[in-house]
Design a protein around this ligand. Structure first.
Ligand SMILES: C[S@@+](CC[C@H](N)C(=O)[O-])C[C@H]1O[C@@H](n2cnc3c(N)ncnc32)[C@H](O)[C@@H]1O
Length: 239
């Protein structure tokens, strides 16, 4: 029997061919909600000029750019995909923020940074792609200085019956068909996302994720469900 690829390798292969079209189509397939969710995530981070913020799984740099604009801080964007980072480089330069956004190839599970070297940290759509979310949360918390904000954005499964029904219809039928119409790579994403999100929350729900944050030493936890529960932003402070 063929062994399944480790989640990291799977994510790398999944996103590499999508890099050039990621921003346009991710926004389209989320009905324009994705950029709104990122803006809310960034609004949770209270950093300013002179601070250093780490954005993990930065992809094409959407959150890193928003952070640099909103806070005036120096932002480091880390991702395991060189293809996604190449698009991030071009976007940051176009936005005139190349000097304040540094891009680093690496993995969330073993960050190439010293303990407490960032004033704040964000990550987006990451924990579904790692083998051990609890260990990854500890690694993320390690590089944040005490009192620094950690904030994340992730898809979620709506809890109320009608939004849940609409969500199931979309991820079972709408998303796979719409993705396949765009390209084979987006077709794969369209088929993958529903089971991936459902599977992540079936293993303990949001409570398990919040527990990982607490065990990693992040307190004062808050979260907000967005767009009828299709997205969730979590934030807290490094103890
Ligand atoms: C759905 S994209 C999200 C990109 C970006 N954060 C955004 O808001 O659009 C997920 C990104 O996570 C990256 N990724 C997945 N697992 C990773 C890991 N373990 N370490 C670093 N990056 C990872 C992928 O390469 C991909 O660029």
């Amino acid at each position: 029997m063929e062994e399944a690829a480790p989640p990291n390798d799977f994510a790398k292969a999944l996103f590499a061919p999508l890099a050039p079209t990621y921003d346009r189509y991710a926004s389209l397939l989320s009905f324009g909600q994705d950029p709104r969710w990122r803006r809310f995530l960034v609004s949770r981070i209270d950093a300013g000029e002179g601070d250093r913020i780490l954005d993990v799984a930065t992809g094409t740099g959407a959150v890193a750019i928003e952070l640099a604009r909103h806070t005036g801080a120096h932002v480091v964007g880390l991702d395991q995909s060189s293809q996604m980072l190449a698009v991030a480089h071009a976007r940051a330069a176009r936005a005139g923020l190349g000097g304040r956004i540094e891009l680093v190839e690496g993995r969330a599970e073993s960050l190439p940074f010293a303990d407490g070297s960032f004033s704040a940290l964000s990550f987006t759509y990451l924990l579904r792609y790692v083998v051990d979310p609890a260990a990854t949360m500890c690694e993320l918390a390690r590089v944040v200085s005490p009192g620094g904000v950690v904030a994340s954005l992730e898809f979620a499964v709506p809890t109320r019956p009608l939004p849940r029904l609409a969500w199931e219809l979309y991820v079972r039928a709408g998303l796979p068909v719409a993705g396949a119409l765009l390209s084979p790579g987006w077709g794969e994403v369209g088929r993958f996302l529903g089971p991936s999100i459902r599977g992540f929350y079936s293993r303990g729900g949001l409570e398990r994720t919040l527990d990982c944050w607490l065990r990693a030493g992040i307190g004062e936890l808050c979260y907000r469900r967005l767009s009828l529960g299709g997205g969730v932003v979590i934030w807290g402070r490094r103890r």
